[in-house]
Every structure is written in structure tokens, then in C-alpha cells.
Design a binder for this molecule. Structure first.
Ligand code: GYE
Length: 330
């Protein structure tokens, strides 16, 4: 708990200390409330969807912190569809909100709509997920995790776990939403680390769209076509939890017959880790709301902000999960 709080404080401090020397500077300041006629900042927020426990906790964090910060939030749920996010952003532009924040479902295809926001002089903040636009002037900052590093942490645990073995380790991978930053980066970071030792073999890798239902379905297919799976690497807890049902359904013991690594550390994932069904979780914090509201206020006031704000995160073993669970916030 203390570790988590101090990590969040640390990130907050980084934002504060870097605010004066950020390189991605704002040049034109739009006045708070320019669209609404009062001083209250209006934020248009386009959320990815409600696909996972992480997402639910993230939505709650954004909504609660907007209230605390006195920011009026126009919230829109895109149900994992890019076209819905583009529509929502266009509608925010029409409504002349003061700032747009969004969590892009996939990385590519944003330039046109982001240029429209820029032309309307509405600053954009990326939260949680990145875009691959070459023109970084299309957004002010990106607040979120280092997903490549998360993938590396998952790989490092595996390398350590099998350090005394010379036999082949057969791995199956449940990827997040195709084309999303966390799916691309968690795959890349993991591959980079395990790639150093030829005994690690990814024998199947497919998307489970970050949902429990899809995680279960794809794991069932993996189990049917691969009798000899040693390890499952799932890009989030929810897919891992769905896969556990598939593994148990196939008469195998999750955490023993098949070792499981996931990412997020939401409560249900942490419970499965404490129960021995998952072996290791790489944390990814959804509590981005307070930092997002701080950044929004600065950006609307025309202050400079760092172009990248990275969330600090930890990892959990089964023992650590038992200790952390009673005070886990999400
Ligand atoms: O890990 C997953 C969610 O973008 C970091 O999206 C987020 C990911 C998170 O659906 O559970």
C-alpha cells in the first residue's frame, strides 16, 4: 500500500518538477470555459470500452478525479471500436470542450481527427494508450504505463523460473486487442527477453481481445491443438482468468501443470495469484485520473507539460499477492 502510494506521489512529483522544462510546449493558450461561458474546464473523454477489470477501475478513477478537480466531464464509451472514438472526438470538437482526453483503442489511424482538434485549437491528452502518429504536435502529452517494460518483466520472471532447466519450454500467448499499444508492446518486450534463450518457444499466439470470454475460448483452442503447454503468458488478468476456466475444464491444474503470467494486478487476478492459480503478475495501474486532471488544468492554462508521463509499477509473486490483497484498491 505504502509502496503504491509513494509510487503515485513520485510520479506526481515528476510531473510537477518537469512541468517547467517540458519540451513539447504549448504555444497558444485557450481560456478555461471558452466553450461554456464560465470558468469551469470541460473535458471530453473517450474511453476504450468496458472490456476488463482494469478498464472499469480506470473509468472510475477518471470520473471521480474529474469531480474532485471540479472539471466537467463529458464521458463516452467506444465499446472497443475506433470509429466510435473518432465520432466522439468530432462531437467534442463541435461542442467546443476545453480539452480532449482519450485512450486510443488501436495505435494507428488518428492523424485526420487529431488534426481537426488541432485546427479547432483544442488540446489533446493521450491517456493509457499511445498513437503511432509521426506528428507529435497533434497531442500535448501521453500519460500511461511503459508496456514494453511490462512485457520484459514478464519475460524476466520466466527466465529466472526456468534457469536450471535445459528442456524446451512451450509457451502460449494470449494477446490483447489487435493493433493496440499494450498488445504490441507487451508482446515485443516479452519476446525480446525470452529470445535470448532458444529453449523458450512460443508455440501459439492469438488475440483474446482483453476479455475473459475470449481468453477462455482461445485457450480452449490452444489446449486442443497443443497437448504439451508449459506456460501461458496473457496480456491481461481477465484473459488469464478466462484461460484458467479452460485449463480446469481440460482437467489440468492452472499454476502447476501450466504456469501462468498475466499483466494488470486487478483484484480478481490478485486473488487467483494468492490462490496459486496464477504464478506471477506484472502490475499496470489504472489509477490515472488524478494525474490526468492535473495535466488537463496545466494544458488548458497554456503551461508546458512533459510530453511523456510514465506510471510507476511493480510486480507480484504469490506471497506478495497475499500480503497486498487486503488493501488493494481495485
Ligand atoms: O491492461 C487491459 C485493458 O490499456 C493498459 O487495457 C490497458 C489495458 C489493460 O483492457 O486489461
Amino acid at each position: 500500500m505504502f509502496k503504491r502510494m509513494s509510487a503515485l506521489l513520485l510520479v506526481g512529483a515528476t510531473v510537477m518538477t518537469m512541468a517547467g522544462c517540458g519540451s513539447g510546449g504549448t504555444t497558444s493558450a485557450s481560456q478555461p470555459g471558452s466553450g461554456g461561458g464560465d470558468d469551469k474546464i470541460t473535458m471530453g473523454f473517450s474511453q476504450v470500452g468496458a472490456e476488463s477489470g482494469w478498464r472499469t477501475a480506470n473509468t472510475k478513477s477518471v470520473q471521480e478525479s474529474a469531480k474532485t478537480a471540479g472539471i466537467e466531464l463529458k464521458f463516452s464509451d467506444a465499446q472497443q471500436k475506433q470509429e466510435n472514438q473518432i465520432k466522439a472526438i468530432r462531437s467534442f470538437i463541435q461542442q467546443k470542450v476545453d480539452v480532449i482526453a482519450f485512450s486510443p483503442v488501436v495505435e494507428s489511424g488518428w492523424d485526420t481527427v487529431l488534426k481537426e482538434a488541432k485546427n479547432a485549437k483544442i488540446p489533446v491528452i493521450l491517456t493509457d494508450r499511445a498513437v503511432d502518429s509521426a506528428d507529435t504536435s497533434l497531442y500535448k502529452t501521453f500519460l500511461g504505463s511503459d508496456f514494453v517494460e511490462e512485457g520484459r518483466k514478464a519475460g524476466k520472471w520466466l527466465v529466472e523460473e526456468y534457469k536450471d532447466s535445459t528442456e524446451t519450454v512451450n509457451i502460449v500467448e494470449l494477446q490483447g486487442t489487435t493493433g493496440s499499444a499494450p498488445a504490441n508492446d507487451r508482446k515485443a518486450g516479452f519476446a525480446e527477453v525470452i529470445g535470448a534463450d532458444a529453449k523458450f518457444k512460443v508455440i501459439a499466439s492469438q488475440t483474446g481481445d482483453f476479455t475473459r470470454a475470449k481468453g477462455k475460448e482461445v485457450m480452449e483452442a490452444f489446449l486442443k491443438s497443443n497437448p504439451d503447454i508449459d506456460v501461458l503468458y496473457a496480456h491481461n488478468d481477465d484473459m488469464g482468468l478466462g484461460a484458467i476456466e479452460a485449463i480446469e475444464g481440460a482437467g489440468k491444474v492452472p499454476g502447476k501443470d501450466i504456469k501462468i503470467i498475466t499483466v494488470d494486478a486487478v483484484k480478481d487476478g490478485m486473488q487467483a495469484l494468492a490462490d496459486g492459480k496464477i504464478n506471477y503478475i506484472v502490475e499496470c495501474s489504472p489509477l490515472l485520473g488524478p494525474q490526468l486532471m492535473d495535466l488537463a488544468k496545466k494544458v488548458v492554462a497554456g503551461e508546458q507539460v512533459p510530453t511523456r508521463v510514465v506510471t510507476e509499477e511493480t510486480t507480484f509473486t504469490q506471497e506478495q499477492a497475499k500480503q497486498a490483497l487486503p488493501t488493494r484498491q481495485y
